[in-house]
Design a protein around this ligand. Structure first.
Ligand code: NAI
Ligand code: MG
Length: 327
């Protein structure tokens, strides 16, 4: 069976790390892929006026899964609609520390399960008068239940004992009150053990005691911020993959952006993008191959060539070649 994968490199280092992930997937003999490339981001907007052309949208809608690199200034115009195109309700963001790396917290293994459709990212903002603006935060029972169902199932399937529901229901009583009640009800229904945590205090605990956490179920904005915070604990954005999971479709992307400060130099760390490809393999049911890619990346991070963000002087290509060699 051949899987059609939409490949959208985007801007900046997206153009450098996306081909690296494709090379790694091509090196997996057990699985056949058909890669179809689409354009999105600042460069195509400058050319055509559209950050996410209709062809690219259709490509992602029709493919079995999508690999997305990063966009620049147009990121919100690309990734938010793309997440909608694939019907993604859950954003899965693992933050793991790897042996041999000089991480702030070397004993971290946390997976953020971020609600991916609502909250303040619904995009309902207005300027109600000169100098006065508002943003409407949308929280629904359905979406809150759905993300909690996904989070509790993920914890069970992947062997995480600690589940934490992040919220700020003491201040956002109505919206996060609903999120907290709906998510807690899912935990109760399943007779699962879980904790709840105020998201601001949680940020501090994550920095000081990350080993106390496993799966963290979050409203949209909290999940965005807490997962970037955890990226800092384990060695930086160059290491963090993510998955946007829908009922039938899914999109895989590194947590990082287009990194204009290093774009074009060929020194971007491809690990986050390659680990995103490993999540794509899991999603398509190739768990063994997904694990093999993760093990190869881990081994290269431990004792192989490293890009400058990790203190080395290797290129994106050197690291990619080393991962393929390990495979
Ligand atoms: P960024 O993630 O692009 O870069 C932050 C810092 O991390 C930079 O110093 C960069 O060099 C470094 N970095 C990131 N990924 C790296 C990698 N793979 N290897 C080595 N170093 C890496 O975030 P920033 O600077 O806030 O945003 C830059 C642009 O990216 C903006 O235009 C922003 O809109 C866009 N962006 C796009 C996202 C997306 O497409 N999903 C997500 C975040 C930002
Ligand atoms: Mg972010």
């Amino acid at each position: 069976m051949t899987h059609e994968i939409a490949v959208i490199p985007g801007d900046g280092i997206g153009q450098e790390v996306t081909p690296a992930a494709v090379e790694v997937l091509e090196a997996i003999d057990a699985v056949d892929f058909d890669f179809v490339e689409g354009e999105a981001g600042d460069a195509v907007k400058a050319e055509t006026g559209e950050a996410l052309p209709e062809e690219t949208r259709e490509l992602a809608a029709d493919a079995d899964a999508t690999l997305f690199g990063a966009a620049g200034e147009t990121a919100a115009d690309v990734i938010l609609p793309l997440r909608q195109v694939v019907g993604s309700f859950a954003n899965v963001r693992p933050a793991r520390s790897y042996p041999g790396l000089d991480a702030v917290q070397p004993d971290t293994d946390i997976v953020f399960i971020r609600e991916n459709t609502e909250g303040v990212y619904k995009g309902i903002e207005s300027e109600i008068s000169d100098g006065v603006t508002t943003c409407t935060r949308v929280i629904t029972e359905d979406a809150s239940e759905k993300i909690a169902e996904y989070g509790f199932s993920y914890a069970k399937q992947n062997g995480y004992d600690d589940v934490t529901i992040a919220h700020k229901a003491n201040v956002m009583r109505t919206t996060d009150g609903l999120f907290l009640d709906a998510a807690s009800a899912v935990g109760e229904d399943r007779d699962a053990s879980y904790d709840t945590a105020l998201m601001d205090a949680l940020a501090m605990h994550l920095v000081m005691n990350p080993q106390d956490y496993g799966v963290v179920i979050c409203p949209n904005l909290a999940g965005d911020m807490l997962s970037d915070l955890a990226a800092g604990l384990v060695g930086g954005l160059g290491l963090l993959p993510s998955a946007n999971i829908g009922e039938e479709n899914a999109l895989f992307e590194p947590v990082h952006g287009s990194a204009p400060d290093i774009a074009g130099e060929g020194i971007a760390n491809p690990s986050a993008m390659i680990l995103s490809a490993a999540m794509l393999l899991d999603h398509l049911g190739y768990d063994e191959q997904g694990d093999a890619v993760r093990t190869a990346v881990e081994s290269v991070l431990d004792s192989g060539p490293r890009t400058p963000d990790l203190g080395g002087d290797a290129s994106t290509e050197d690291v990619t070649a080393a991962v393929i060699e390990e495979l």
